[in-house]
Every structure is written in structure tokens, then in C-alpha cells.
Design a protein around this ligand. Structure first.
Ligand SMILES: [Zn+2]
Length: 397
């Protein structure tokens, strides 16, 4: 609630685009708050902020906790912020209880996670994990033509250290679920196993424009009727792999869009997801076969072009077990869960053993000013984070 002042909106959300004045304010707050707890704050070449609490064995690589403090233009108070402030809560708890850890503990604020000002999302954690080059990331422009590199130089949040060179032994990210499952099942903690695989496609269905009054039903090549059956088929592909398979048609365009012309051309998008790359591969085959069969029986042509693909991410089994055991030891109800959304942890997991903790959010609503989470759930998440970090500290090299 304190940091929600920086970019706070009248509707109770936050507008805090990456490297804006509001983001500068919260970054300064973060640095000062951590420094007051005895931490040292450094930056890498992508503006990622690292607040380090020293360990007793400085040759050990730090255990990192993190997420992001930037938001969508009409974002909420919890997406990303919970992970960074949960980290600050861990630092406070260790500080107050005067506990020393073997590993240094670091809280990280990743730059431009949302991708709302500079696309794509998770840009700086992506450079850290080797998904993007720094040159590409720094060249990304906002809508006024200011590049991320220029914004970094202007704000001064740039360090000497090359992004990706920062050592770490483990990474933990606390986040709201951004979906409805934990709330519906009345579970407090989601033990995140990884992130599901996703594939996107553009589909074009081509029939024949014709007069609605003079063309007999048996002599039509109706692209929209065919597309309607195809969309039902796409739905069925996911249902064949329930409950983990997901399929969505989110955009549909129909031409010539006249009430007395049989549509000759339809374009629609398809989004397929599954936690397993192998099953998603099968779903893709079924999707292609379904469309082929429908096109043949409806007398239309079609083409599918893949537009984006993201493989499944499997988090580190040892780090995930620390989260699971902590939830158990603290007496919180928990379930295994797979993330449906992307997070900084997706890219960090490429180079550092990683796990995530989810807590419920109101009605699963996120990327929305109404985003909300209950104090007792947020507290539980921060507690699990603290204890997972302590377990990692005692068990990991
Ligand atoms: Zn987030």
C-alpha cells in the first residue's frame, strides 16, 4: 500500500511504466529501504537492481529473490510487486531476528517485465537468461521513439556489471496466481512446477463470395460457416486433453462483411497451450487434421501459419521441494500448479535453479486496477518464501 502511491490511479490501481518518473520513485524507495536494512544496492547494464544482504560465507553465490516493480498502464498493486516486496519482507525478518545466512541474500527488481512500455515482456530478465541480446533489448523503442537504452541512461539506473554475469545459486519468485484456481479450491499456496508450453497460429479460410439469395445451400463455399466448425474443432482439441490442454480463438475477421453476401474469406487466431511439450505437439497435429477434415467436407481452402512458440519450462526440482516443504511445515494448504502466464522466473530458470510460489488473487483478476489479494494469503506467501530461502541456504552449496 505504501509503494502503490508511486503511480497510483484514482481507481485504486497503479500506472508505473518501466523507467518512467513513477518507476524511478519506486526504485529509489526500494534502494533506500534495503540500504536501511544494511544491504548494498547495485545495478547491471540492463538496470536490474540487486539489493544484497551479506552472508557469512562470501564465497557462496547469493540466493536471489525477485520479481518486478513496473506495471501495466492500468495495472494492479500486486502483479510483480508482491515478489519484490515479499523479498523486502524476508530481508526485514532476517534483520529483526538478527539471523545470519551462509549465502548472501539478494532481492532483485527486474527492469521492464510487463513489456507495456518496451515490448516484448520480460526483457531484462530475458537478457539475464540469454533469451535476448542486450543490443536487441536496449534498442527497443517506446511509442515516443525513446529506446530502452536511452531511458536507462536518462534515469541513471545503469551499472558496470554486464547483464547475465551476476552470479546466483538459486532464485525464488513469489507472485499472485493471476488465475482463479487457488481461490476456487481454497488453497493458500501454489507450488509452481513450471510454465506451460504455448503455440500461436494465424488461420485463413478461403471460400467464395456469393449472393445470399441466389446461391443454393448445396452450392456454397462459405468461409465463415466452415470457420465456425473449425473453431468448434479447435475447442474439442483442448477438451481431448482436459484439464491441462487449453485452446483459444481470440480474434476473428470476416470478409466482405455484408449481411447478404456469403463470406468468402475468414481469418482467425489460435492459441494452444499444455504443460507438456510432447502433448502440445499431439494437440498441434490434431488441430491440423481437424481443420483439414472440416475444410474438405465444407469445400473451402485454408492455410495455417505458426506465429509464436514458447517451450514448457520445468523449474528446479530441489528448489520446488523447498517451497513444497515450507508450505507443509508452516501448515498452509497447498497444491501443485503450472503457470499459465510468463514471469521473470521463466528466463532466470535458464541459468539459475529456480522455483515460484503462487498465492490466490481475487477472482483471478490481474492486469487490472481491481487486482486484489488478501493480507493473510500475502503473509503466507512471504512466509513460504522466507522458509524456502532458509532451506536453500542450509542445503545448497
Ligand atoms: Zn508479473
Amino acid at each position: 500500500m505504501e509503494t502503490a502511491r508511486f503511480g497510483g490511479t484514482p481507481k485504486g490501481g497503479i500506472c508505473r511504466l518501466a523507467l518512467s518518473d513513477e518507476d524511478k520513485s519506486v526504485r529509489t524507495w526500494f534502494a533506500q529501504t534495503c540500504e536501511a536494512l544494511g544491504c548494498t544496492v547495485t545495478y547491471d547494464s540492463m538496470g536490474n537492481q540487486f539489493a544484497r544482504r551479506a552472508g557469512t560465507c562470501e564465497t557462496l553465490q547469493p540466493i536471489m529473490i525477485g520479481s518486478h516493480l513496473d506495471t501495466q498502464p492500468t495495472g494492479g498493486k500486486f502483479d510483480g510487486i508482491l515478489g519484490v516486496l515479499g523479498g523486502v519482507a524476508v530481508l526485514r525478518a532476517l534483520h529483526r531476528a538478527d539471523v545470519s545466512t551462509r549465502h548472501p541474500i539478494e532481492v532483485v527488481n527486474w527492469t521492464n517485465e510487463e513489456g507495456a512500455r518496451f515490448t516484448p515482456p520480460m526483457l531484462a530478465s530475458g537478457v539475464f537468461g540469454g533469451a535476448f541480446t542486450q543490443e536487441f533489448a536496449r534498442s527497443r523503442p517506446d511509442k515516443n521513439g525513446i529506446t530502452l537504452g536511452e531511458a536507462l541512461e536518462q534515469t541513471g539506473f545503469v551499472g558496470e556489471e554486464e547483464c547475465g554475469k551476476h552470479p546466483a545459486s538459486a532464485y525464488f519468485e513469489l507472485h499472485i496466481e493471476q488465475g482463479p484456481v487457488l481461490e476456487a479450491e481454497e488453497k493458500t499456496i501454489g507450488v509452481v512446477q513450471g510454465v506451460q508450453a504455448m503455440r500461436w497460429y494465424d488461420v485463413t479460410v478461403t471460400g467464395q463470395d456469393a449472393h445470399a439469395g441466389t446461391t443454393p445451400m448445396t452450392m456454397r463455399s462459405d468461409a465463415l460457416w466452415s470457420a465456425a466448425r473449425m473453431i468448434d474443432g479447435v475447442h474439442q482439441v483442448a477438451m481431448n486433453h482436459a484439464p491441462d490442454g487449453l485452446s483459444t480463438v481470440g480474434i476473428i475477421e470476416c470478409l466482405p462483411a455484408s449481411s447478404n453476401v456469403i463470406p468468402g474469406s475468414v481469418h482467425f487466431t489460435v492459441d494452444l497451450r499444455h504443460p507438456s511439450d510432447g502433448t502440445l505437439e499431439i494437440m498441434e497435429k490434431e488441430f491440423y487434421q481437424t481443420l483439414e477434415a472440416i475444410a474438405a467436407s465444407c469445400g473451402v481452402e485454408f492455410s495455417i501459419s505458426p506465429t509464436w512458440t514458447s517451450d514448457a519450462v520445468h523449474f528446479d526440482p530441489l528448489c520446488v521441494s523447498f517451497v513444497e516443504k515450507s508450505a507443509q511445515n508452516l501448515g498452509y494448504s497447498a497444491r501443485k500448479i503450472v503457470s499459465g502466464a510468463g514471469h521473470d522466473a521463466v528466463y532466470v530458470a535458464r541459468v539459475v535453479p529456480t522455483a515460484m510460489i503462487f498465492v490466490p488473487c481475487w477472482k483471478g483478476i490481474s492486469h487490472n486496477e481491481a487486482e486484489s489479494a488478501e493480507p493473510h494469503d500475502v503473509t503466507a506467501g512471504a512466509n513460504v518464501l522466507l522458509h524456502a530461502v532458509l532451506q536453500a541456504d542450509s542445503e545448497m552449496a
